[in-house]
Write a protein that binds this ligand. Sequence first.
Ligand SMILES: Cc1cc2nc3c(=O)[nH]c(=O)nc-3n(C[C@H](O)[C@H](O)[C@H](O)COP(=O)(O)OP(=O)(O)OC[C@H]3O[C@@H](n4cnc5c(N)ncnc54)[C@H](O)[C@@H]3O)c2cc1C
Length: 440
Amino acid sequence: MTAPVLLWLHRELRLADNPLFAHNAGRRLVVTYVLDDETPGAWKPGGAARWWLHHSLGRLAASLAAIGGRLVLRRGPVATVIPEVAAQIGATEVHAGETAEPWLRRAQASVAATPGLTLTLHRTRLLFHPGDIRTGGGSPYGVFTPFARACLARGLPAPPESAPKRLVAGPQVASERLADWRLLPATPDWAGGLREAWEPGEAGAQKRLARFLGQALDGYGERRNQPGAEGTSRLSPHLAWGEISPAQAWLAAEAAGGNGLRAWVHELLWREFAAHLLWHHPHMAEKPLRPVFARMPWRDDPAALAAWRKGETGIGIVDAGMRELWHTGWMHNRVRMVVASFLVKHLLLPWQAGEAWFWDTLVDADLATNAASWQWVAGSGVDAAPYFRIFNPDLQAAKFDPDGAYVRRWSGAKRPPIVDLAAGRARALAAFRALGEPAP
Ligand SMILES: Cc1cc2nc3c(=O)[nH]c(=O)nc-3n(C[C@H](O)[C@H](O)[C@H](O)COP(=O)(O)OP(=O)(O)OC[C@H]3O[C@@H](n4cnc5c(N)ncnc54)[C@H](O)[C@@H]3O)c2cc1C
């Protein structure tokens, strides 16, 4: 009998177009997922992400069982748990997905250095290796447009691999019970809106893609900016958990066609760009990419932060967005930009506070995209929005939600604004100028 192989799944919770399975077809497999709440520096999944993870793992376990496999669940620091499981099943080969997340890269390096083990990394979550796309001179890109051009020059992704029909199970090894992980909220059960909005798992991802592409991509370029319309795919949590590969999404979009195709593919490339940035700037989730921002005189105002989190700022579109986020674990991209800009500019609160709240409440929380987007809005990122571009939330609402449908749907009781928009804007401009940011 051939030696078993350990597949270490993390954010590639699918069977189809998953190189971990395709590469190891016909071999004796043990498939494991490790919940790591212990490794120092690890970004533990937040509350909404844990809800998603529970359901995604449950569905993956059922899909594996249907083809003769089994999902082995373990908890603990991955760099210790993976070599332990490998030793228990007598595997010398571990296969996992490439990642840009610094803590996971460190853990993978530690597994790779374990005597007697080889770790093979596969491209499971991204179209390109995050360190691969470089300028002609060999440096990483700092600006999106040429990065995207370089990506597109590589052509279309390879056709997706189909899901394995049958697995050859490796040796039996102990698994924890998913229910014991307590990933779901206890009391109060705040997940009702999440249950209504989403179907986690690979089948749910395919349904979502089919529904989105059913209208082809005609008009996506305009509709994607209207929070009141269902104009975007809402695939982000499925992509974030790897229930669908970006190549599957891209190729299905090519087949569907439509005048919004290029714009949509660009969104997939923004996701690649974020991973590329995190790869080259491993501190991006914690520290500003532009060092001068370390001197930013952010305010410390717990009451304002709490009002923002709860959607009680008195600014209609901001409150609507924050309540949509709380109820569904998701927020429209345009509104994410508006609420983020309001937090860091009108309230002058640190982007890391917003990043942390998004991390805890988004079902699509993704370390690279979340950090890159927050830094972009704050002005501290590479290729960031210029500091003097301060969204006026009321004007944004008038432009993108002209009939007020979105704000009416989500915003709660009317309340007086916690900040005067003009005064907040002036305070932000003064702070940015004091930082030495050049005038427009
Ligand atoms: C402050 C802030 C924080 C954000 N945090 C996250 C996050 O944690 N996780 C996350 O997936 N997205 C994040 N985004 C990006 C974006 O808002 C979501 O990806 C998008 O709203 C998802 O909706 P969709 O799937 O309908 O997108 P579509 O318009 O259908 O786009 C298709 C896919 O492209 C990717 N994508 C779209 N927009 C962006 C973008 N601006 N940057 C990177 N990738 C993008 C997503 O994977 C998305 O599913 C953030 C944006 C902002 C402004």
